[in-house]
Write a protein that binds this ligand. Sequence first.
Ligand code: C5P
Length: 212
Amino acid sequence: MIIAIDGPAASGKGTLGKRLAAHYGFHHLDTGLIYRAVARALLEGGHPLDDEVHAEQAARRLEAARFDEGALKSQAMGEAASVVSALPKVRAALVDFQRRFAGRPPGAVLDGRDIGTVICPQADVKIFVIASEQERARRRAAELRAGGNMVDEEAVLADILRRDERDRGRAVAPLRAAADAHLLDTTHLDIDAAVRAAVDIVEAVRAGRGHG
Ligand code: C5P
């Protein structure tokens, strides 16, 4: 079974994906980490973020073992990732890796921007997670503060909006909900309630198909 979770920056889809995977005993892939790892490899190699040749090489050489979250989770790396992720050759180089992961038994949850539309259009369940801009900025700021950073919430909001605009506006695999995605608005939900709502969606789909 494949569960595809997409949504804008700081919508909570990563935490939701992890918790949903744990609930079902499925594998979980936070695909944002892949693009962040490509951006980090480029920066470490001293290459500009729009260097498509080196970016594609970095994408083909990625090792999942290097997706150690701490180093990749910074705002700056998210911003850099949104630049390299717009390069068509980078996206193309990463399709097989993600599809292989999605096929792992007994099931997988992948979260990102184009899972339901491009990577796994045949996913059993697609969830598009949204939350208000203010709530997303508040959550991201709290996360950064918890990590010991000084935070200007206005700047965090501006960052999130700029990244969403770039992700929605790119030519290849832009951020958007698949036509058959279930919309989940988490603005007024804490994480436990969001997980329950997501499980309800999955169970409703399974019941509808006679699996439940
Ligand atoms: O989800 P996260 O914030 O970690 O993603 C970082 C950036 O990677 C996003 O802003 C987006 O540009 C890119 N991304 C993408 N496709 C995905 C996942 C992430 O383009 N499936």
